[in-house]
Ligand binder design. Structure first.
Ligand SMILES: CC(C)(COP(=O)(O)OP(=O)(O)OC[C@H]1O[C@@H](n2cnc3c(N)ncnc32)[C@H](O)[C@@H]1OP(=O)(O)O)[C@@H](O)C(=O)NCCC(=O)NCCS
Length: 182
């Protein structure tokens, strides 16, 4: 009886170990955000907002715009996020792009950007833009620098909330979806 119990316990431990191993080997997946992701999205963004690299986002703002968001998830939680927000008839902003520090340089930023561009194209947007401190990342995907003043005035509504306003060093870039055949 005692032997059977011991074997049973060992099998249970082995099963639990296998489950942990399977969980930790989980391939990251890119998907649309769900309501349960909002707190983690905010945390991802905050890590960079605290260093002045991004604009912080309130939870309310994230929930309001949750349908704009894509996330990448691995076993440890969300490793990245980005949003594509329609601002005008033919214009969308790529925003809130952040990849967890330990996962940078693995192509996830690029994949999130692709998801935003494809999403914009699928609903008839012709042009995407971004305001960023890392223009080189976007230039690698074909974005081109423009003067911030070339963007519609509506875009500036968010800027007044930024810690860097009015001496902002962010660079504006746009991407023509039609030229790129999207
Ligand atoms: C910018 C950021 C999203 C890039 O994510 P990532 O997953 O590291 O990027 P990827 O691995 O997909 O890199 C794609 C390409 O961009 C390049 N790249 C990545 N980060 C870069 C940076 N900071 N500056 C210049 N090029 C960069 C990579 O070398 C790679 O080039 P390649 O295709 O020629 O090999 C990430 O560094 C980040 O979260 N930064 C802090 C927050 C931030 O500044 N967000 C932007 C707000 S608009």
């Amino acid at each position: 009886m005692r032997v059977r119990q011991r074997v049973g316990a060992q099998l249970e431990i082995a099963g639990a170990l296998a489950a942990v191993l399977e969980w930790s080997a989980m391939e990251p997946t890119l998907r649309r955000a769900r309501t349960g992701d909002a707190v983690e999205i905010q945390r991802l963004i905050k890590a960079y907002a605290d260093r002045g690299q991004m604009l912080a986002r309130s939870l309310s703002e994230i929930y309001d715009n949750l349908r704009d968001f894509f996330v990448v998830e691995d076993a440890a939680g969300l490793l990245g996020c980005a949003a594509c927000h329609v601002t005008w008839e033919d214009l969308a902003e790529v925003k809130c792009m952040a990849v967890r520090a330990d996962r940078q340089g693995q192509g996830w930023g690029r994949k999130l950007l692709e998801a935003c561009i494809e999403d914009a194209a699928s609903i008839g947007v012709n042009r995407a833009f971004v305001l960023t401190y890392v223009p080189e990342f976007f230039e690698r995907r074909g974005f081109q620098r423009i003067e911030k003043s070339d963007l519609p005035q509506k875009i500036w509504s968010e800027c007044v909330r930024c810690v860097h306003f009015p001496d902002c060093g962010e660079i504006a870039l746009t991407f023509d979806l039609q030229d790129a055949g999207q």
